[in-house]
Design a protein around this ligand. Sequence first.
Ligand code: SOE
Length: 394
Amino acid sequence: MSDNRPALGVGMVGYAFMGRVHSQAWRSVGAFFDLPVVPVMAVLSGRSKDRTAAAAANLGWAAVENDWKDLISRDDVDIVDICTPGDSHAEIAIAALDAGKHVLCEKPLANTVDEAEAMVAAAERAAQRGVRSMVAFNYRRVPAIALARRFVADGRLGELRHVRAQYLQDWIVDPEFPLVWRLQKDKAGSGALGDIGSHIVDTAQFVTGQKLTGVSALTETFISDRPLADQSAGLAAGAADDAESTGTVTVDDAAVFIGRLSGGALASFEATRFATGRKNAMRIEVNGSHGSLYFDFESMNELWFHDHTLPAEEAGFRRILVTEAGHPYAGAWWPPGHGLGYEHTFSHEVKDFLEAIGTGTDPVPSFADGLAVQRVLAAVEASAANESRWTPIS
Ligand code: SOE
């Protein structure tokens, strides 16, 4: 069968955790979804010649560049997928959009509101020319989260009263865990707040269809000094002994904040890397006048629903196994009950991105959605820095 669909070359920048899972998505998406275009894994860019070449061979990329600017200038690149730390998102995305390349950018959109605003302006310029952009809040593409949004939009919960969202990890509880880029403000922009707090802010706004109108927050850095990620860096810098081969953590380890949603519901959020024993527990519960929903990513194929319109004798939270053909995305994969994983959410993400490009529509979440999250992150940091509303208890 002749395939007359247009082929779009993808160029990916970065090949660490996000690069690996995005590569899995680009490799698999065409085998499970009918797409209007064919993605071609054309080139991978990374600064290290050897490590980038090895990653390209391992992850399935046809060519290598060692400067993202060279990747963007290639004629065989139509889509730029940004999988780098947040300090380079704005520079790469704006250059790629201005060069007429569609852009998928990992979250959070940027490290500052100013950067995010510049990215939105570039995205709006590019959209005038049919060039599309999307920010990678992949949890919107968990079938259970997409189903939760459908339930709320269909009025199954009635008037929303409460949203409580958590993102609980524990990978840096050990004081000996080194000072990686996620713990450095100049690279990451913020700590747990931007890395995982951005996910629960976007997810809460996505599921409820409402926006946060204000927050009050606390942040904390529990361990402020850590071994340098590269011990030789300390010694090379003249560290006389271990005591000097440590560095200062410049971001939050945890953020807790409350907020009010535009529809009047009260919301509470907790993003922490110190929830000892919790590995990737992204959770959301929504309480409404007619019912409630609960989701925990560590059981990502399940959505718990309480229908308060039922007689009390029949009501209560019941488990929906979100693996039926009629559930969002689920039908493309396996028969009911077989379940999906973290990586499938990225396949769903690139599928929706490619469909938008192929049908000439703007993908969601847009860079403007990413900016909305960035504004919440900035408000949380401003509130945490100014404890004027904090009432001490003697
Ligand atoms: C943090 O450890 C992290 O990798 C986030 O950066 C991702 O966005 C999240 O999906 C998993 O956890």
